[in-house]
Design a protein around this ligand. Sequence first.
Ligand code: NAX
Length: 326
Amino acid sequence: MKAPVRVAVTGAAGQISYSLLFRIAAGEMLGKDQPVILQMLEITPALEALKGVAMELDDCAFPLLAGMVCSDDPNVAFKDADYALLVGARPRGPGMERKDLLEANAAIFSVQGKALNDHASRDVKVLVVGNPANTNALIAQRNAPDLDPRNFTAMMRLDHNRAMSQLAEKTGKSINDVKQVIIWGNHSATQYPDVHNTSVAGTNAMELIEQDWYENDFIPTVQQRGAAIIKARGASSAASAANAAIFHMRDWALGSADGDYVTMGVYSDGSYGIEEGLIYGFPCVCKNGDWSIVPGIELNDFSKAKMAATETELKEERDGVKHLLP
Ligand code: NAX
């Protein structure tokens, strides 16, 4: 058996974590031979609920669960963390403006960025799930100057999976036939689900679908899927979000499938003309515990315009919290 690794999860008493923690402890994220120590962070009023979650984790008798830490102190929860899944965030309250939401989260993610900087493993792999995920990841990254900016990522994988599923359904093919979907940009309604480079059972997706369906059905369906889930379920996506977090970390740690891409919100190096330093959804491949942006994808004018629009939104979000960035 390997030595245990430390996995920090924030918002650990919330609904996404209620699915996520159990799958991590079952070995679905890092492999069935990798013991884990779960380091769970919550706000003080939720510590009692978190205790209940920890009791249930105990009751699963997971062979790979080598230890648990429950805390309301990020300096404790991120101590020596090899992986950090930042799920907890401030939800939008009644009458709260978007700007207030950005600021409330900026406060949380700057504290957590500093704690990661000071206490986590130097190789820590960070995934931000809590919304606005890309900008929260940017804030955490900017507050962690001693860590490589490439260690900070934001979750776009749920959008990626949603796009794969919509396309499989439309074309009547299996999900396993769908390869190389891309979600460019922000995890928000401006995201750009791009299937120009996607194949479905070996055929280019654009040959199988009509432009009208692509523009007026597929793209808005993927962009608005979160809202549709809330309407149907009366609560936001939880198990599917946890699943996407598992897939994101699994692929980053253990490698993505040959011949396919995964979408990750990553630190832009200027690829495809996207401003350097933004946390932007790019097509990536993962190998040896590292990710790289897939180069050389051809873009038509439609794609370029959509990519620029979602980039503009990310710049606006960043500028909205500029006074809080170091
Ligand atoms: P819940 O409200 O059920 O849980 C959030 C938990 O975070 C709560 O238990 C809360 O006490 C805790 N928390 C708040 N501030 C904290 C802090 N400073 N430190 C530690 N814990 C803190 O939300 P849930 O449904 O689990 O969603 C969590 C986040 O994921 C939300 O921001 C949500 O918008 C976001 N999502 C992101 C998705 C993505 O694709 N990137 C999709 C799903 C989800 O909507």
